[in-house]
Design a protein around this ligand. Sequence first.
Ligand code: NDP
Length: 334
Amino acid sequence: LRRITLARRPSGAPVPEDFALDTAPLPGPEEGEALVEVTHFSLDPYMRGRMDDAKSYAEPVPLGGTMGAQGVGRVIASRADGIAEGDMVTGMTGWASHAALPGAELRKIPDGTPPTAVLGVLGMPGLTGWYGLNDLGRPKAGETLVVAAATGPVGSMVGQLAKQAGLRTIAIAGGPEKCAMAKEVYGFDAAIDHRAHDDAGGLRAALSEAAPDGVDIYFENVGGKVLEAVLPLMNTHGRIPVCGAVAWYGAAEDSADRLPATWRAILVKRLSVTGFIIFDHWHRYPDFLSEVSPGVAAGNIAYREDIADGLDAAPEAFIAMLKGGNTGKQLVKI
Ligand code: NDP
């Protein structure tokens, strides 16, 4: 078995030296477990938080421990009821070539579903976009929505569902290629390159031109300059599902000076700002699947994947993703 472990805790943005590649004997499977040969695993922004020794909604990865991840693969030995050799399954395999997992923690991938889709468009990120938009964003036709990281698996789901619900959709993405993709592949009405604006003021001017009626839903994925640009453009009774703040993951940026203005804007605009962690809402997964998977199968919901080749490529791909190096759902193929 080959795996990537946490060699040390990063300070700020992670670097390759924070990770180590090691080998270990193939595990089990013990009674009740199945041994999975991993074909792909997912790299997600939340993994940056788990590299810190900080209290959060999830336990940190221990030093020397395998980096956690959801993966997909084929069962090569099984002592678990209902799981047979050859089954394609998904579970928390980690950044590793193989994993022995309890049968109850594995889910079979239905025939006809592309295995990697359960890590992105039909998995945790897709559910996150669907839940955050519908339950917390409460979209209404004719309203205007802004989302950043718009070509990623969360942002692209949010943009497409909002468009289908009759909203004006505005993407914020890094670079001209991603902006073109936001409009052409995901149907956004407008796309703004955050890299083309050094400060929140310039970005705000571009946004206000793209959103002449103001912003009703800001689906918060990034924080930082984008949040600062959007907040003053929010309409009264606007909604902000707070999903992520990737611009601030591991950054030492001190924004305490902006806090009073931010807080006051929430008050004066009577905004609903609601944080959520998708792991609290997994019971909605069947509803999400029945609503969204027909659209994915029919091609009405587009998705893209960015597949790094080989376990060794995982640390670099992860480091790059946090800075926008990915185009589409970041995966690693073993
Ligand atoms: P993405 O694949 O979209 O990757 C992250 C993207 O963030 C990058 O590609 C980059 O896109 C963008 N980005 C990075 N730094 C900045 C910056 N300084 N300013 C603006 N954009 C930046 O990730 P996901 O779709 O998987 O996740 C999106 C967000 O959702 C993350 O914050 C993640 O933590 C959060 N999340 C939260 C969950 C929850 O339960 N609350 C569950 C799942 C995800 P670009 O090049 O376009 O700038």
